[in-house]
Ligand binder design. Structure first.
Ligand SMILES: *Cc1c(COP(=O)(O)O)cnc(C)c1O
Length: 488
């Protein structure tokens, strides 16, 4: 512990220069070298967000009576979002701090609803595709609900028959994505909604990614399953404003078909010495800044602004798909309903994670995925200018990896390669937990890479094991880890 409060405050200009110094080495989002994490709609838009955020920065939406401004803006944001998602007039909802909070709340809402309406359920479960966002795992863990996952097909869309088979007397909710994050595929919502209606279950559609993108793509003529409130049986939808809504970070919306559902989201207690306490979501204090910035972003862009940004992002995604598909040894995954581009390789001579390492060395932010090893790109209008240089770097990296097969045993490729393939999930989870703990350890150097020593230590042993497994797999011909059914 070396840092302590300065004994007296430092001058503001000195603080801001020190802050800028700390930003050195941050991902370069303005020049389109990141995919996801930052959704950039240009300097002018950013200035508006900054101003709106700034004016309400000190306010708190915990008490909606104190800052009516926030309640008014939250209402308009929810209403605009509901209209965009083709919700009925009865629709209601709240703003939240992000996609994760929206999904945690969906699970809490339907769990509490089931407790009220079906109190005999002792071990509630949720049935969802294996590609559903991890916030559902987190919610299941926090709220004591079991998550039962159905496999997806080669196009990334869930097998609805498998979902049907997982539904039992303890099921309280179905969930699916529009689109799912790993491959950008929209799940077959109409079929899932039909199942939900037949089983008299609610259905949450996670459109955290696509909520502010798919409505515009649909208008542009991109084919996709209908997924919003037009589908009878969809009872709620989450949509992130801090993604393609181009708001400031800390803003998402959850919309329900009616108040009979939303009421189960609210928390009220009267026992506290501090008074009667009500909160619509998970946090207590709710910052006003993201609400104001969200409201400003939606008003600044309007339908035409979102449509134009969506068109640019879509064209960027299409250029990436075409370019990546043309690189020998690479394959684009999923069905292209959205602005997500995921590439993998079926070529033994092209190790995806070794290619990823080389791209990272060239200054690209790389999102690695598993089952199978793949790289995920979120296309944005801001990425348009760098598509050609990405494709050139990618083609070069692929050629390089082909020429030097030993690269897959080096750098992060070794670690990720191991993690993607090792079937011993619990061991991997323990090692990753250790690496995270090392980042948060007392006195840890924030610039140090995560401590993967433990993984490296197990590496040789696991690699030997894997080589053995690979051989068995080759002999058996077509056994693949990807096809493994994940149900818990
Ligand atoms: C980003 C995302 C989330 C989670 O949102 P956060 O804002 O990161 O908490 C949930 N679902 C999908 C499909 C997403 O893309």
């Amino acid at each position: 512990m070396s840092t302590r409060l300065p004994p007296t405050g430092r001058p503001h200009d000195e603080i801001l220069s020190a802050l800028d110094a700390k930003r050195e080495g941050d991902a370069d989002y303005k020049n389109g070298r990141t995919w996801s994490l930052v959704y950039w709609a240009g300097d002018e838009h950013h200035e508006l967000l900054r101003e709106a955020h700034d004016r309400l920065m000190a306010t708190n939406a915990l008490n909606p009576l104190a800052f009516k401004s926030l309640k008014r803006m939250e209402r308009e944001v929810v209403e605009m979002t509901a209209r965009m998602l083709n919700a009925p007039e009865s629709a209601v909802g709240t703003m939240t701090s992000g996609g994760t909070e929206s999904l945690l709340l969906a699970v809490k809402t339907y769990r509490d609803r089931a407790r009220k309406k079906r109190p005999w359920i002792l071990r509630p479960n949720i049935v969802a595709p294996e590609t559903i966002h991890v916030a559902f795992d987190k919610a299941a863990h926090l709220f004591g609900v079991r998550l039962k996952l159905a496999p997806v097909g080669d196009d990334g869309a869930v097998d609805v028959d498998a979902m049907r088979r997982l539904v039992d007397a303890q099921t309280i909710l179905l969930a699916a994505s529009a689109p799912q994050y790993p491959h950008g595929t929209v799940d077959p919502i109409p079929a899932i909604a039909a199942l939900a209606r037949k089983k008299r279950l609610p259905l949450h559609v996670d459109a955290c990614f696509g909520g502010f993108m798919l409505p515009w793509l649909e208008r542009l003529g991109v084919a996709m399953p209908t997924w919003d409130f037009r589908v009878p049986g969809v009872t709620s939808i989450s949509a992130d404003i801090h993604k393609y809504g181009y708001g400031a970070k800390g803003a998402s919306v959850i919309v329900y078909r009616d108040m009979d559902l939303l009421r189960h989201q609210f928390f009220v207690t009267t026992r506290w010495a501090g008074g009667i306490y009500v909160s619509p979501g998970l946090p207590g204090t709710r910052p006003g800044g993201p609400i104001a910035a969200a409201w400003a972003a939606m008003n600044a862009l309007g339908e035409s602004g979102y449509l134009a940004l969506a068109k640019d992002a879509w064209q960027t995604a299409e250029r990436l798909r075409a370019g990546i598909g043309a690189i020998a040894g690479l394959r684009v995954m999923g069905s292209p309903h959205a602005t997500i581009v995921t590439w993998t390789s079926d070529d033994d001579a092209v190790d995806v994670f070794a290619v990823a390492d080389l791209l990272q060395e060239k200054g690209w932010a790389v999102d690695r995925q598993q089952r199978p090893p793949s790289v995920h790109l979120t296309a944005n209008a801001s990425n348009a200018p760098i598509v050609d240089s990405y494709l050139a770097d990618l083609a070069e990296a692929v050629a390089h990896v082909r020429a030097r097969p030993e690269l897959k045993h080096k750098g992060e490729a070794a670690v990720y390669g191991l993690m993607a393939k090792v079937p011993i999930d619990r061991l991997v989870a323990r090692e990753v937990l250790g690496a995270v703990a090392s980042m948060y350890a007392a006195g840890a150097d924030p610039d140090a890479p995560p401590d993967t020593a433990a993984i490296d230590r197990h590496g040789p042993r696991l690699r030997a094991l894997l080589d053995g497994l690979d051989e068995v797999r080759t002999r058996l011909g077509r056994l693949s880890w990807r096809g493994r059914k994940r149900t818990r």
